[in-house]
Design a protein around this ligand. Structure first.
Ligand SMILES: Cc1cc2nc3c(=O)[nH]c(=O)nc-3n(C[C@H](O)[C@H](O)[C@H](O)COP(=O)(O)OP(=O)(O)OC[C@H]3O[C@@H](n4cnc5c(N)ncnc54)[C@H](O)[C@@H]3O)c2cc1C
Length: 275
C-alpha cells in the first residue's frame, strides 16, 4: 500500500473543507473494510484519507418523527443487534448480520456498504425494499437522494466529490419482509445472489443484488403482483417475469444462467411464506 496523509476531522464542515481542498485524490474512510482492502490490492490509491468516524453524532440508530434513521458511522453489528430493528424489521437485521464476520461487522458500516455500491451490497436490497432515502451533506448544505436513484453503475453512485453521506432513513411502516442470501459458503462469503421481498398490505416490493450492474427493484414484477391474492399460479407467473427483468453476468461466483435460476427460486420461496 502506498503512503497517504491521514485526516480525522471532528465536524462535518471540517471534513467537507478537507475533501474540497484535497480534491479528487482524497477518499472518505469509514470502517475501511472495503477501502483499505482496495488500497492494499492497489485498486485505490488515494493520497489523502479522510476518516469520518470521529465526527460526533454520526453513529446513531434512532426512530424519530415516524422515520428510522441509520447514521453514517453506525456499525453493522449495532444495526443488526438493535432491538427495535430486530422487532420491527427483522429482515433488515438479518441482512446486516449476514455481512462478513463478527469482527468485520464491528468495523464495517451500513453506509460504507451502500456508498461502495457493489452490485451485491448486502444492505442494498432491504433498504431498497423499504424505500429508503440517502442523506447527503456538501458545501451547499444538505440534500436527499432516493436510494432507488442513488446507484448508477458498478461502484458508481450519484455522489459527487466533496459530498458525505450522513445517514439513511426510511418511513416507519408495518410490513413483513424476507431477506435471502445465497453464497458458496454459509459464513464470511459474498452473495452469489441476495434479495429482499417486502409485503405491505397487497403491495410487494422486490429487490435483488448481484443480478445487474446495481442492486435493483423488480418494478414489472411488483406491478404484476400489486393487489393480487397470492396463488401458486400467480407466484409462478411472477417468477417468470422476475427472470426476464434481471441481467446477471457470469463471474467467479456463478454463471449467468445459475443466477437467473436463483432469482425464481428465491422469489418463489419468499412469496410462498405469505401464501
Ligand atoms: C472479510 C470480509 C467480508 C465481507 N463480506 C461482505 C458481505 O458478505 N457482503 C457485503 O456486502 N460486503 C462484504 N464485505 C465488504 C464490506 O465489509 C462492506 O461493504 C462494508 O459494509 C463497508 O463498510 P465500511 O464502513 O467498511 O466502508 P469503507 O471501506 O470505509 O468505505 C467503502 C466506500 O464507501 C465510501 N464511503 C464510506 N462512507 C461514506 C460516507 N459516509 N459518505 C460517502 N462515501 C462514503 C468510501 O470512500 C469507500 O469508497 C466484506 C469485507 C470483508 C473484508
Amino acid at each position: 500500500m502506498n503512503a497517504f496523509e491521514y485526516f480525522a476531522p471532528t465536524t462535518l464542515k471540517e471534513a467537507i473543507d478537507i475533501l474540497n481542498e484535497k480534491g479528487e485524490e482524497a477518499s472518505i474512510l469509514n470502517g475501511g473494510t472495503d477501502l483499505i482492502v482496495r488500497m492494499r490490492d492497489g485498486i485505490s490509491d488515494p493520497k489523502y484519507v479522510v476518516d469520518i468516524k470521529k465526527i460526533k453524532g454520526m453513529d446513531d440508530i434512532r426512530i424519530e418523527n415516524g422515520r428510522v434513521f441509520i447514521g453514517a458511522s453506525a456499525l453493522l453489528n449495532d444495526l443488526g443487534n438493535n432491538q427495535d430493528i430486530q422487532k420491527r424489521y427483522p429482515f433488515l437485521s438479518k441482512a446486516a448480520l449476514s455481512i462478513g464476520s463478527k469482527q468485520v461487522r464491528n468495523r464495517a458500516t451500513c453506509i460504507g456498504n451502500i456508498c461502495n455500491a457493489s452490485p451485491l451490497a448486502g444492505m442494498a436490497t432491504p433498504l431498497l425494499a423499504l424505500n429508503a432515502t440517502v442523506h447527503v451533506f456538501g458545501n451547499y448544505g444538505e440534500k436527499d437522494i432516493l436510494l432507488k436513484d442513488f446507484f448508477v453503475f458498478v461502484r458508481k453512485t450519484l455522489l459527487k466529490h466533496g459530498e458525505i453521506v450522513t445517514g439513511i432513513s426510511f418511513e416507519e411502516q408495518a410490513c413483513l419482509g424476507v431477506f435471502t442470501k445465497i453464497s458458496r459458503r454459509r459464513k464470511v462469503d459474498l452473495s452469489t445472489v441476495c434479495s429482499t421481498v417486502v409485503k405491505k398490505y397487497d403491495e410487494y416490493r422486490i429487490s435483488f443484488g448481484a443480478v445487474a450492474p446495481t442492486p435493483v427493484r423488480l418494478n414489472k414484477t411488483e406491478a404484476f403482483l400489486k393487489g393480487k391474492m397470492l396463488s401458486k399460479d400467480i407466484i409462478e407467473k411472477a417468477c417468470e417475469l422476475a427472470m426476464s427483468e434481471v441481467s446477471p453476468i457470469s463471474d467467479i461466483r456463478a454463471s449467468e444462467s445459475y443466477r437467473r435460476e436463483l432469482v425464481q427460486v428465491m422469489l418463489r420461496n419468499s412469496l410462498s411464506q405469505w401464501y
